[in-house]
Design a protein around this ligand. Structure first.
Ligand code: F6R
Length: 241
């Protein structure tokens, strides 16, 4: 595990963007695992700047997003499809055919999930997986539970996650109750994992992730077992370490 501690959100975003861009510079055909949420917004912003500055070229990368809400169409402003287009994809030169995001409108979830895992495997596997972390230690939508899933699966969101994510919706009732997410196995199989966290609200989850026992009650704690686990934390997120 390697921890980079920085001062604030801006520095976290810059450091994260430099790790992602180095990956892409070293291997133009990199396969990236991507996350949404408020944490990586600044990283995407910096990556777009690097693209315009001619530092980063995304024309040959392939991406696999972590998750999507179930029931939301790609055009819904709170869908992760919409987020990714708005914050990253429509500003860079990635071909649309290289973008993979779990679909939010599905009929046969079993098939859709197996298909997503197969596509990741067929791409050669994830070179660098970017993650945020929930205040309860979730990664993707792998929520604290007695058991965790290995592959891509459909999950019921916890009350805590519904509450936390309601800030993005006009009311709590509008927050979808289910999501489709990569499983712990899909995340752990990435060659490198980059977890970003900013702010006091993440401090306890970061402490449990870095220093706690490996437990399904804190899904991110499994990352202690990953041989190439990188954390970029601002002062507040690292304040309980
Ligand atoms: C997003 C995701 C989630 C978020 C986490 C933190 O694709 O998988 O696990 O990373 O909920 O969200 P923010 O960054 O909004 O605090």
């Amino acid at each position: 595990m390697r921890i980079h501690q920085v001062n604030d959100y801006r520095e976290m975003s810059q450091k994260a963007a430099s790790i992602v861009s180095s990956q892409v510079i070293l291997k133009k055909t990199s396969v990236l695992g991507l996350a949404t949420g408020s944490t990586p917004e600044g990283m995407y912003h910096r990556l777009i700047e690097m693209y315009h500055e001619g530092i980063a070229d995304f024309s040959q990368i392939t991406t696999f997003n972590l998750d999507e809400y179930l029931g939301l169409s790609p055009q819904h402003p709170q869908s992760y499809h919409y987020y990714m287009n708005q914050h990253f994809f429509e500003h860079i030169d990635i071909p649309a055919t290289n973008i993979n995001i779990p679909p939010g409108k599905i009929e046969n979830s079993e098939n859709v999930c197996r298909e997503y895992d197969k596509r990741i495997a067929a791409s050669g596997g994830i070179d660098l997986q970017v993650l945020g972390i929930g205040v309860n230690g979730h990664i993707g939508f792998n929520e604290p539970d007695q058991y965790l899933n290995v592959g891509t699966h459909v999950v019921d969101l916890t009350e805590e996650t519904i509450e936390t994510n309601s800030r993005f919706f006009t009311s709590r009732e509008e927050v979808p109750r289910q999501a489709i997410t990569k499983g712990m196995g899909s995340i752990m199989q990435a060659r490198r994992v980059l977890l970003l966290a900013s702010g006091k609200s993440k401090a306890q989850a970061i402490r449990d992730t870095v220093n706690g026992k490996v437990t399904t009650r804190v899904p991110a704690s499994f990352l202690q077992l990953h041989p190439q686990f990188i954390l970029v934390l601002d002062k507040e997120a690292a304040s309980l370490l």
